[in-house]
Design a protein around this ligand. Structure first.
Ligand code: PAF
Length: 275
């Protein structure tokens, strides 16, 4: 497994990698990340990952300084699933002094875009850089960040990146809680209770499929249920899966998306509702 700390090093390594799948990450790996890397092995000759805790996508009040970092463990985990190359640039060399922003219109303005102003500009800028440095044939992202997938899809289409995107289903704990590096902030008891976020999505999905309650009533009672369980919801919405526009009436492939704080930790999750 080759570890590249600079753009030049990765560029030198690139020709040997052949048809390449890239999994962009911010490290702190869990099973969800590993499953994306394994997927990469299935669809290409080689799989590369990037590990970069991207300061451009964190607001000053966000958890950038405390974001979990465990590079040695991450390298070992990546090696255990057969990753061929890692691009792990130093923050200073990769983003300091950067004056260019990639800003995706439309889909990035809603939900996470409203609650985390500038977040998707940071994501789109860094993902563009990662694509240009690593030149992958395929790029793989997890659907836990559903809106991020939609933003990147729009960007790849608009800027004609010659890259095939693959979005993989969310990996979950047995309780249903979506795997996330931020789950590390919870005590075991809090982590056990955090699965109520997924329970609420599931029960809203059942109500959409099986009841004739209005969408707005279902969303309201879901938010109430979260509040009753000590969550502070930021949004709980039923949306179009491509534009992320809210839907007031049932559609065949709607998506339920949610962001809520639980014991100070901001969680996001989503599920498809297929009629
Ligand atoms: O999903 C993430 O971990 C990040 O947003 C990404 C895509 C690696 C960009 O920094």
């Amino acid at each position: 497994m080759k570890i590249c700390r600079t753009v030049e090093e990765f560029r030198r390594a690139r020709p040997e990698l052949g048809k390449l799948a890239l999994v962009p990450t911010m490290g702190a790996f869990h099973e969800g990340h590993l499953s994306l890397m394994k997927k990469g092995k299935e669809v290409a000759d080689s799989v590369a990952i990037s590990i970069f805790v991207n300061p451009l996508q964190f607001a000053p009040t966000d958890d950038l300084a405390n974001y979990p970092r465990q590079e040695e463990e991450d390298f070992a985990m990546a090696e255990s699933v057969g990753v061929d190359a890692i691009f792990a640039p130093e923050t200073a060399s990769f983003t300091q002094g950067i004056k260019t922003t990639v800003s995706v219109g439309g889909v990035s303005r809603l939900w996470e875009g409203e609650h985390r102003p500038g977040h998707f500009d940071g994501v789109a800028t860094i993902v563009s850089k990662l694509f240009l440095v690593t030149q992958p044939d395929i790029a793989i992202f997890g659907q836990k960040d559903f809106q991020q997938c939609a933003v990147i899809a729009q960007m790849v289409e608009d800027l004609n990146f010659p890259i095939q995107l693959q979005f993989e289903p969310t990996m979950r704990e047995e309780s249903g809680l979506a795997m996330s590096s931020r789950n590390e902030y919870f005590t075991p008891d809090q982590k056990a209770k955090a699965c109520h976020l997924h329970d609420t999505l599931m029960s809203a999905s059942t109500q959409i499929k099986e009841s004739d309650q209005s969408i707005s009533d279902i969303l309201l009672s879901s938010q109430r249920s979260l509040t009753d369980h000590n969550f502070a919801p930021e949004y709980f919405a039923y949306v179009d899966p491509v534009t992320l526009e809210p839907k007031e009436h049932r559609i065949s492939n709607g998506r339920l998306i949610v962001a809520a704080r639980f014991h100070g930790v901001r969680l996001i999750d989503n599920i498809g509702v297929f009629l």
